[in-house]
Design a protein. Sequence first.
Length: 152
Amino acid sequence: MKKTQNQFTKANLMNRLISICIMVFLTVMCNAQEKNKSKYSGLNQDQLNLALTKSKNTIIVGKTLTFVGLGVALTATTILMVEGFKAIEGEGNSKTAETAAYVLFSSGFLVYAGIPVWIVGANKKKNIQLELAKFKTPGTGSIYGVGVKINF
């Protein structure tokens, strides 16, 4: 009895350590990519608009990776559950369950890659929009492309 309790304690400790490592690696990935970005204050409006388009595309790629990974994980989990119920009844196919387990494991990498890409794109978009705000001067009016600017 003492060995099984010790094994459960080791298993719980190992699960906690793996969870902590995954969280640390995710944090390091996000911060490492953030520190290499260039300053946006030296760019003109056209360059900032181009960078804004690229950051929006980065957000779309991050969301796509994340949600595709979640969809694949959900599908693989459903297949694993169905095969598990069949195995209980004695009719299960171990090859299908094994393949679904590998697909479930692989889909975790999609989610793990998509979240940092999404975060970095959102941070870049926020910083670019802050820089673009300096080009929008208050007190200007425009009708049909003809504008009036009043300064006091």
